[in-house]
Write a protein that binds this ligand. Structure first.
Ligand code: NAD
Length: 473
């Protein structure tokens, strides 16, 4: 248990009271209608942007301290992403918040119809540790943009980043509007006991189920951004060197602790040896002969995850890497050869710098492996055959994916990001973030100058006219 966790959670008896008090302050603030004002929302987001820019150097330091994340990767996958999402949402917010007319139906003649975007109310955001800054901030931006209040609980496993998140939120927002609370499982549980109007959770499947159960108690709508075992298929026509380069980048970024990273490789046996050689070369080019001394290679977040990951190496046949060091929580970029489907590394999402390679000769073998697991969050195909890639995309269900690259689907704010089945419910990024935190309220406005009598009782003799209306209008 880290300092933040101990500090917050040893006061367990008071957590419920504290959380409940904040929840009711948020409700009062929301009821004041202040968050419905678009100028207020935009001004809040602009202040947030300024504060993130001001604190960027501290965020770099925090992520370095939490798991040796480099400045480059922090800009790429944390602060840069948050700042560009802020700009995009600030610029489009007024337009998205307007009511939108939709065509009326003849059944309601005469009338007009419209969708009124409205905030849900008081929202709860629970974030994981692996992209600790952006996975707390992006949902927060959406919640505020859509006019909600927000309670943010960052992860206890990255205490330095969590502290900065709290400081930024305290500097920017009225605490009745947005509050951040540090703490571990007891804090999270206390938050989940409250009735929220929307819950946005990012984390593991296992905790996702706990969140879904708690939300069901109050019929609270949820977004669940979870994980899974993401396949990466490479056929015998793929551009092997380029594939290896893009896979090394997408897999070992963040030390492999990425929900959308390729979890395992399924490769045609004719190109496997070439691919393994290319991977060796690319790992060496990216992180040098000793990745442990590379300034760009992150560490495992804590000892629990380190032990979980090194257990996967115990009986494995290692093609590349495999070195590890408990003291510094270092695990080298590692490739494992042909693990059995019931081996440790193939049981669950790996979530670390370990990549198993399985070879196939025909599609039935691809089918057998992929259908062993629940629907993944991501899916990758490397091939020069468009038809093959298209068939793979259409055959399997997954949250999102890419052809001839990895994880890039995450970086386009025009593509909603989220899982399906076990990998999650709902999606966000860009406009989808605003939509996630918004209820589209449909309203019909009737005219009074004529009142078509068909729908009123007595119904005798009206059935055929009703059917005509239903069929043609
Ligand atoms: P986690 O599920 O252990 O923790 C996530 C959050 O839930 C933390 O804030 C934690 O304090 C809280 N929590 C943990 N146990 C809880 C409990 N019993 N009751 C209530 N709250 C609890 O996840 P993690 O280890 O922080 O993150 C890794 C997981 O998150 C991986 O499975 C990864 O795939 C997934 N993930 C998904 C996405 C996505 O966008 N889909 C992004 C990042 C991570």
């Amino acid at each position: 248990m880290n300092a933040a966790d101990t500090h917050a959670d040893t006061q367990t008896p008071s957590i419920q009271t504290k959380v409940s008090a904040i929840r009711s302050q948020h409700a009062t603030f929301f009821a004041s209608q202040k968050t419905k004002d678009i100028a207020f929302r935009k001004q809040s987001l602009r202040s947030l942007k300024r504060e993130v820019e001001k604190r960027e150097a501290d965020i770099f330091e925090a992520l370095k301290a939490d798991f040796n994340k480099s400045v480059f990767e922090t800009v790429l996958s944390e602060t840069g992403l948050v700042l560009s999402e802020l700009s995009y949402i600030i610029n489009n917010l007024r337009h998205w918040s307007r009511s939108k007319r939709v065509s009326p139906t003849m059944l309601n003649f005469p009338s007009s119809a419209a969708l009124y975007p409205e905030p849900y109310g008081c929202t709860l955001i629970i974030a994981p540790w692996n992209y600790p800054f952006q996975l707390a901030m992006l949902p927060l931006i959406g919640a505020v943009a859509a006019g909600n209040t927000a309670m943010v609980k960052p992860s206890e496993l990255t205490p330095n980043t969590s502290r900065i998140i709290v400081e930024i939120i305290e500097a920017v927002f009225d605490s009745n509007h947005v509050t951040a609370i540090e703490g571990g499982i007891p804090t999270s549980q206390a938050l989940l006991e409250q009735r929220w109007d929307y819950i946005f959770f990012t984390g593991s499947v296992q905790v996702g189920k706990i969140v879904a159960k708690a939300a069901a108690e109050h019929l609270t709508p949820t977004t669940l951004e979870l994980g899974g075992k993401n396949p990466c298929i490479i056929d015998d026509t793929a551009a092997i060197k380029l594939a290896a380069k893009r896979i090394v980048w997408g897999k070992f970024l963040n030390g492999g602790q990425t929900c959308v990273a390729p979890d395992y490789i399924l490769i045609h046996k004719n190109v496997k040896d070439r691919f393994v050689d290319a991977m060796k070369n690319e790992v060496q080019k990216a992180y040098g002969n000793d990745p442990k001394s590379s300034p760009d290679f992150p560490r495992i977040v804590n000892e629990k995850n380190f032990n979980r990951l090194t257990a996967m190496l115990e009986k494995a046949s290692i093609l590349i890497g495999g070195e590890h060091d408990k003291e510094t929580l270092y695990i080298a970029p590692t490739l494992i050869d042909e693990p059995a489907l019931d081996s440790e590394v193939m049981k669950d999402e790996i979530f670390g710098p370990i990549l198993p390679i399985l070879s196939f000769e025909d599609r039935s073998q691809i089918e057998k492996v992929i259908t062993t697991y629940d629907k993944p969050l991501s899916f990758y195909v490397f091939s020069k055959r468009r038809l093959f890639a298209e068939q793979m995309i259409r055959r399997y269900s997954f949250g999102g994916g890419a052809v001839n690259d990895t994880i890039v689907q995450f970086a386009n704010h025009r593509l909603p990001f989220g899982g399906v089945g076990n990998s999650g419910i709902g999606a966000y990024h860009g406009k989808a973030t605003f939509d996630t935190f918004t209820h589209q309220k449909p309203v019909v406005k009737r005219g009074n100058w004529i009142d078509v009598p068909v729908r009123y009782a007595p119904y005798k003799g009206k059935l055929n006219i009703l059917k005509l209306f239903l069929k043609y209008f």
